[in-house]
Ligand binder design. Structure first.
Ligand code: SME
Length: 160
């Protein structure tokens, strides 16, 4: 049974603990669906003020929803749409303080106010994105970005 220990200390310290928990879940497993499912659950329950955490995978044409925690979400996202599409297209993390000010934002859950989307690339190949939504404006700062990018990297290394 997995027992999540409560995160403690400064935000970087908490992300270091969360990364260790993530590595523990990923250890010895390459299946990307299994790993995405467990990481979504881990992060959703470990971090405060989130209403959606999950993965979209690139099918060669568009992003298709994968394992997640939160309300049911849009199934397919073209690369020229939304925050997820922007992260996938530009291969750069999108940290959006106010989703309502982002042109083309796709409101899967009307409660979402801010969003962080980390692109997932294996070499030149786009695997998908790791997406987190919050009901609070400006929920994600640069420390959250770094911490969640490190977790996304651990996911990529496990699946490679
Ligand atoms: N808001 C995202 C769509 C995915 S949901 O947030 C789960 C976007 O604009 O790409």
């Amino acid at each position: 049974m997995f027992t999540a220990s409560v995160l403690a200390g400064s935000k970087p310290e908490q992300y270091a603990q969360l990364l260790e928990q993530a590595r523990g879940l990923l250890h010895g497993e390459r299946d990307r669906i299994a790993n995405a499912a467990n990481l979504s659950a881990l992060v959703y329950h470990a971090l405060p003020d989130l209403n959606w955490v999950g993965f979209y995978f690139f099918d060669g044409t568009e992003l298709v929803v994968g394992p997640f925690q939160g309300l049911p979400a849009c199934v397919r996202i073209p690369l020229d749409k939304g925050v997820c599409g922007a992260a996938a297209r530009t291969r750069t993390t999108q940290r959006i303080d106010d989703v309502n000010a982002f042109p083309g934002h796709i409101a899967c859950d009307s409660a979402s106010r801010s969003e962080l989307v980390v692109p997932l690339s294996l070499g030149d190949a786009l695997l998908g994105v790791f997406d987190l939504d919050s009901p609070l404006p400006a929920r994600f700062d640069v420390e959250d970005q770094r911490g969640l990018e490190a977790i996304a990297q651990a996911f990529l290394e496990a699946c490679a």
